[in-house]
Design a protein around this ligand. Sequence first.
Ligand SMILES: [Zn+2]
Length: 339
Amino acid sequence: MKPATSIETGVSYSANGWLHHFEHDLQDIIAHNCTYIVHCFSENEMIFARKRTRQFFQMTRDAGLGCWANPWAVMGLFGGDQFSAFVPRNPEACQILSTGQRAPAACPSAPETRTAMKLWIDMATDFGADTIFWDEPHLYIPDWDDLHFAPDEAFACFCPRCRDSFQARFGQPLPDSLTPEMRLHREDLMVDFLTEMIGYAHDKGAKNAITLLPVDDDASESLPWNRIADIRGLDTFGTDPYWFLHGKDCEACVGGQMKQTMDVCERRGLTPHFWAQGFGIPSGREHELETGFRLAVERGAQSIAVWGMHGNAAWDGASEDPEKVWDVVGKTFGALRNR
Ligand SMILES: [Zn+2]
């Protein structure tokens, strides 16, 4: 067990291109007792903002903070609010849904997908990221799409590669429901992909952190926590139990997810990680952030983070009193780091 003072505290950062704003934000982030920044490094930045990304990463390190790079919605395979440039350029590499629709997300089985992911890792590490943050990896989830591209019950993947590999493995065509074989096929798609990518980043000298969705075992979007945690090169493992978003009780939600997180981390020596939601917090409930963070640390979390700064005031879905949220985050981080 590390001493309590080793708690790391992070905040996500996205969608700003101005250096003078970032200089100001860096001081703001440090004043709110953060020890690392999770930079959202999307395909947009890969194409249009390489120089600026390198500068931001360097400034982060120069300020003494940890510099995490998050493949923000890259190829539709991770959490985030961005479109993919890869998808329209590589239609044959995309997931096909049970409805027959081509999803706006890459299939992990496609060689093009893996090549593009390695290019992203190369850039992120070359620009100075010390940690690659694998954020909510998932196959296409229809109900995340506010434009309702596909019915909620649709699932992937029925692309020609997946059809062939499933037939070869199970001696039957892909089923039209989530049979145990189909679940295993879907799990293996992501586990194999992440195994290759996490190993690749590890061999380049980066640390790897992952956050898996806090879903029930039988949910269609769930990934097998233990299999993911066994991946070579993984350093940090956690989840993001957003109790405001899902209408759950803070202590029950955090306590339950932290127990599962610790079960996975302790026997492997992984750093337990915890995210709290900084967006969409109703006025008057900001104190629950302190409750959630304290409980997570009491239960063993060594790395805690908030999505994102100033109650996500720059986005739709901002907290009702974003400055209050940011104030609670800063004070809680300070108190937990100096326990
Ligand atoms: Zn596929």
